[in-house]
Design a protein around this ligand. Structure first.
Ligand SMILES: [Cu+2]
Length: 278
């Protein structure tokens, strides 16, 4: 008995001492989800935390009952085994309660899902056209007129990465970027497209995961950030040999910094247009 407890103690000590060594290799939160920075993400986290607490409570409750019964009804001199044939009242309760819980969770999660994917983006949302390809991301913003030129997959070519219609006046002043820059606290609407195979727009800190499918424009993803910071957009759908390196920087900046960045990019695009015309 003494030997077993010593081995157990050593195992526990080793786990406690070694775990932080692994933790140091990771930059994020090792024991929980990465910090959330969107309004919609808060709703997902509430659901996740509730399910986790519920699971923990069910686990503790069943284990405590289990241990109590193990000790109380153990074999010992002077005690006879008792045969039980079940209890219908108990059966009904432990079927009804979990059923009600699962139904409640299904309604709650569907409600959250509907709110996040089936509500229209506000009219003042910043719209960004995101085109994924093997192996990277391109971003397109509306220029001075505030309108994105339509992008059509059929018009995509080597020189026309977004498939922009050359006849469309709204597209003339649009500009492109290789990083995803967005203003904090403002709704952002993303149009997700792919030039070749299925890729996935995945930002754990935004609690967003959506595939980009070739030939389609995914229009239902929009979100609002709650704090500034730098994150990474990494493709989350194994899309080929360079998949591991398919990423783009995300910068959430203050509205003032966003305006500065936007004005600079927009002016540069306008200047390039004038040069092209000459
Ligand atoms: Cu990919």
């Amino acid at each position: 008995m003494k030997k077993i407890s010593r081995i157990l103690l050593q195992a526990v000590l080793m786990a406690v001492l070694i775990a932080p060594a692994f933790a140091a290799e990771r930059s994020g939160n090792l024991y929980w989800t990465p910090p959330n920075v969107t309004v919609g993400g808060q709703k997902i986290d509430e659901l996740l935390n509730f399910i986790f607490a519920l699971t923990l409570a069910a686990f503790v409750l069943t284990q405590v009952v289990y241990v109590i019964y193990l000790i109380r009804y153990r074999r010992r001199p002077g005690h006879k085994a008792h045969y039980s044939h079940g209890n219908n009242t108990l059966e009904i309760w432990w079927t009804a309660i979990p059923t009600a819980i699962f139904l409640g969770l299904a309604i709650w999660s569907n409600h959250v899902w509907f709110e996040l994917t089936n509500t229209k983006p506000p009219a003042d949302a910043v719209t960004v056209d995101i085109v994924s390809y093997q192996y990277g991301w391109d971003f397109r913003y509306a220029g001075a007129d505030g309108k994105l030129g339509t992008g059509d997959v059929k018009k995509i070519s080597v020189d026309n990465k977004f498939g922009v219609d050359p006849e469309d006046e709204a597209g003339k002043d649009d500009f492109t970027a290789t990083e995803f820059v967005i203003p904090v606290g403002k709704p952002v609407h993303v149009l997700l497209r792919s030039r070749d195979v299925i890729h996935s727009f995945y930002v754990p800190e935004f609690r967003l995961y959506q595939d980009a499918v070739p030939g389609r424009t995914i229009k239902w993803i929009w979100f609002e950030t709650t704090q500034t910071g730098e994150f990474q957009l990494a493709c989350s759908q194994l899309c080929g040999i360079g998949h591991y390196n398919m990423k783009a920087p995300i910068r959430i900046v203050s509205p003032e910094d966003y305006q500065k960045w936007y004005d600079g990019k927009s002016a540069a695009a306008a200047a390039a247009q004038t040069v092209a015309k000459k």
